[in-house]
Design a protein around this ligand. Structure first.
Ligand code: RP5
Length: 177
């Protein structure tokens, strides 16, 4: 039913079933999912399948490098990486692939995500990470940005992006009351 479909959204074999899986959405912890699902919702809403994984650059480094070894051959074209604290997931992912890596700093620690923002954005020259805002809005924008990258060679996705903007504009009221 609808409930099960909602529960399965963003999980491998969930809503991405039947969609071409082109984006990997990686996060350092299961506790990051609440923010990171905003990226998955936006992408799946436009028909782009996501491979969603908990992978930590610190806690599961072997899982990380193993995933990167096969991701491109499985069809992944863009990586979205969300992490909190000393957020190295996006940076290490970018070190392991030349494909675009979008980093989402998460608000998990006493520093409210400023630590993660600086860790994600301050990459040394040569290994780029496109860094988004802290938390859920950053994750949503990373999803939209991934769609914009893929839309360059995909007319159907370009139309889905146009439709998203149209709906968003139409939803803004003229007055606040
Ligand atoms: C980072 O620190 C993760 O990305 C997450 O934001 C946090 C750890 O979260 P817990 O697994 O401790 O909840 O590595």
């Amino acid at each position: 039913g609808r409930k099960a479909a909602k529960k399965a959204a963003g999980r491998p074999g969930g809503k991405s079933r039947g969609k071409r899986v082109r984006v990997a959405v990686l996060m350092g912890s299961k506790s990051d999912w609440d923010a990171m699902k905003a990226a998955v919702e936006v992408l799946e809403g436009m028909g782009v399948g996501c491979d969603v994984r908990v992978i930590s650059a610190h806690r599961t480094p072997a899982r990380h490098s193993a995933y990167l070894t096969t991701a491109e051959s499985k069809g992944i074209e863009v990586f979205i990486c969300g992490a909190g604290f000393a957020a190295h997931l996006a940076g290490v992912t970018a070190a392991l692939t030349p494909l675009p890596v979008l980093g989402v700093p998460l608000d998990s620690s006493a520093l409210n995500g400023v630590d993660s923002l600086l860790a994600t954005v301050q990459m040394p020259g040569g290994i780029p990470v496109a860094t988004f805002g802290i938390g859920k809005s950053g994750a949503k924008n990373a999803g939209l940005f991934a769609a914009a990258i893929l839309a360059g060679s995909d007319a159907k996705l370009r139309r889905a992006l146009d439709a998203f903007r149209k709906r968003q504009t139409a939803a803004v009221p003229e007055r606040p009351y």
